[in-house]
Design a protein around this ligand. Structure first.
Ligand SMILES: *Cc1c(COP(=O)(O)O)cnc(C)c1O
Length: 362
């Protein structure tokens, strides 16, 4: 039976990326060696890193003056690397969910980390807009897509943030919506994310950083935690995670061949529209996020109170129809369908049909 992968992360990747990665594991570019056993130095791997960096810059329209690096440690290591490298005394955070809160918690270990606003009291169902950004903060941190709660900072709300940040450096965790839409990179000092949502298998983290924001804190930064180490080392200061990095390069090639972030955005808008339409018309389901803040990447929905007892039954029905990974995160409950770049409109339509057929048989 065909399976449709709606996992939140690690998550779906383009079929050809999986196939080409598997081929490279068996025989790396006809060398008679596996990707798993070649040196990351010398002629073999450097071109892969160079191509990944070049494609990231090209596809995501990263201007001059920025570096792209690939690291280990996940987005979670960035929660502390960001304040370590950028926070002298004060930082500010928009708390829109579990990941934002974890990032904020780390920053508190480095000085005054201000929570400018939160939607915690509404179980993070919306993106707050009513706040000021303290102009004496070393940076302002946002999470552009809240993977667990299914909210995303819309283009309009991002523009509001650009307007109100003043001279404060903007930092974003884009783990779960990177490359899903065009972004005005010039507005950001630093963008990071775990690659396992929209780019690669788990194990590699991307960082896009404007070079001139580094080198201004007075504390000692351990070599491995200093962004400059990895910029100077071309992501090869130490052994990089070669397999996920190879896949990331392949995903970027795939994205470029498929209309870049502009093409991805068009498909993502359409996929999200089809699924939200179905949920909005459903007699048993309801979406959890406020409409204007709905994520295109993670669609969260729950059973209406009078249908709560159908939770396990629908889960079983959907699983039998090949739907994988649609169980909601425990902090929201219900269901979550993740529609990352590699999810096809056919996959979304299969889920919509599954929901429709379930309702028909009630
Ligand atoms: C998944 C996720 C993280 C955590 O990433 P790790 O690579 O597992 O540390 C952080 N932020 C967001 C928005 C995420 O979706």
């Amino acid at each position: 039976m065909k399976k449709y992968n709606f996992n939140a992360g690690p998550s779906i990747l383009p079929q050809e990326v999986i196939r080409q990665t598997a081929e490279a594991v068996l025989d790396f570019q006809g060398e008679g060696l596996s990707l798993l056993e070649i040196s990351h130095r010398a002629k073999y791997f450097q071109p892969v890193v160079d191509e990944a960096v070049a494609l990231m810059k090209e596809v995501f329209h990263i201007p001059e003056g920025y570096s792209v690096i690939f690291l280990g440690g996940g987005a979670s290591l960035q929660f502390c690397m960001v304040p370590f490298n950028l926070m002298e005394r004060k930082s500010a955070y928009l708390n829109t969910g579990v990941w934002a809160k974890k990032a904020l918690k780390e920053a508190k270990g480095f000085g005054e980390a201000v929570e400018v606003a939160t939607s915690a009291e509404a179980n993070f169902t919306f993106i707050p807009t009513d706040y000021e950004i303290p102009q004496d903060a070393d940076y302002f941190h946002i999470t552009t897509n809240n993977t667990i709660y299914g909210t995303e900072i819309s283009d309009d709300k991002l523009k509001d943030i650009y307007a109100k940040k003043g001279k404060v450096t903007l930092v974003a965790d884009m783990s779960s919506d990177v490359l899903s839409r065009p972004i005005d990179i010039s507005q950001y000092g630093l963008i990071y994310g775990g690659a396992q949502k929209n780019l690669a298998p788990a194990g590699v983290t991307f960082v896009i950083v404007r070079d001139d924001i580094l080198g201004h804190v007075t504390r000692h930064i351990p070599t491995m935690l200093d962004y400059r180490t990895h910029i100077e080392g071309g992501s090869m200061f130490n052994t990089p995670p070669v397999l996920p990095l190879y896949s990331a390069m392949l995903t970027l090639r795939w994205l470029k061949q498929n209309g870049g972030v502009e093409g991805a955005e068009k498909r993502n808008i359409e996929k999200a529209r089809v699924l939200y339409d179905c949920i909005d018309k459903s007699k048993i389901f309801v979406g959890t996020a406020k409409e204007e803040d709905r994520s295109r990447m993670n669609v969260c929905f729950v059973l209406k109170p009078e249908y709560q007892e159908l939770q396990d039954d629908f889960m079983k029905f959907a699983t039998e129809r090949g739907m994988v990974g649609i169980k909601g995160h425990r902090s929201v409950g219900g269901f979550r369908a993740s529609l990352y770049n590699a999810m096809t409109i056919e996959g979304v339509k299969a889920l919509v049909e599954c929901i429709g057929d379930y309702e028909k048989k009630l």
